[in-house]
Design a protein around this ligand. Structure first.
Ligand code: BTN
Length: 258
């Protein structure tokens, strides 16, 4: 470990089995765990993804980790932290494996059109004065066929399959903590512009035709930038739209969307 805070708490846990590392860490946070506390698990039985989805988490097939931040920034800046976590994960994967993954807004880790990992950032409810942010990260590492539903197999990718070499999971986990700490330091110093520039450099979203379906409307257009709060700016046929949440699909060369 090369970190000063992240992963240095005596409250850290490495579990063989848990429902969800984020649920577990939320409990530790409510009980007063300090910033930097991390919970890793080898398997999750109720892993949670974005937008209420399940995160399939078979044993020893992925990095399943949640980490606790207690940012002093205004709540408006929190979305930039989550973009920064995506950057940190992409940098950690590159440093460990040499694989350059892309970031699909908000912060899906993508390689070759398939999802390698994702990030779920949740603010602890009832803590609006001093926000506690639970950052859950799932990175697919080793394919385990029996537990992965067919429709996911077509959309997901595992690091070892992408690189063709065995992965040192401990190395990646330590690098992830280090890169997150580095980005978080930038955030604390107010350098959100640097974080956004790094996100732009890893982006596979900007310049692409996208579609975003929200409960009230469908937005189609070209993703042109992220603004200072992390919203995605989309140029549509009638003007520009700012997306602050939800999920986008990107138009591929064949005209389909992924
Ligand atoms: C996404 O939908 O893209 C986000 C997936 C986040 C999954 C991780 S695995 C560790 C942590 N614990 C959870 O229950 N979810 C997150």
């Amino acid at each position: 470990m090369k970190t000063g805070t992240i992963g240095r708490s005596s409250n850290n846990e490495l579990l063989d089995l848990i429902d969800s590392t984020s649920t577990r860490l939320a409990k530790l946070a409510r009980d007063g765990a300090p910033e930097g506390t991390v919970v890793f698990a080898r398997q999750q039985t109720a892993g949670r993804g974005r937008l209420g989805r399940q995160w399939v988490s078979p044993p020893n097939s992925g990095i399943y980790v949640s980490l606790l931040l207690r940012p002093s920034q205004s709540l408006g800046e929190l979305p930039v932290i989550t973009l920064g976590i995506g950057v940190a994960a992409a940098k950690a994967i590159f440093a460990t494996t040499g694989l350059r993954v892309g970031l699909k807004w908000v912060n899906d880790l993508v390689f070759d059109g398939k999802k390698l990992g994702g990030i779920l950032a949740e603010m602890l409810s009832g803590d609006r004065q001093q926000p506690a942010l639970i950052v859950g990260i799932g990175i697919n590492t080793r394919f385990s066929s029996e537990e992965v539903p067919q429709e996911l197999k077509e959309k997901m990718l595992w690091l070892e399959a992408a690189t063709g070499t065995p992965l040192d999971t401990n190395h990646l986990a330590a690098e992830l903590c280090f890169q997150i700490e580095s980005i978080y330091e930038l955030m604390k110093l107010g350098h959100t512009d640097k974080i956004l520039d790094e996100w732009r450099a890893f982006s596979i979203t900007l310049g692409q035709e996208i579609v975003c379906t929200t409960p009230v409307k469908e937005i189609r257009g070209t993703a042109i930038d992220v603004n200072s709060t992390g919203a995605l700016i989309v140029k549509t046929a009638t003007g520009t739209e700012e997306l602050v949440g939800g999920e986008i699909s990107i138009r591929t060369a064949s005209g389909s969307y992924c």
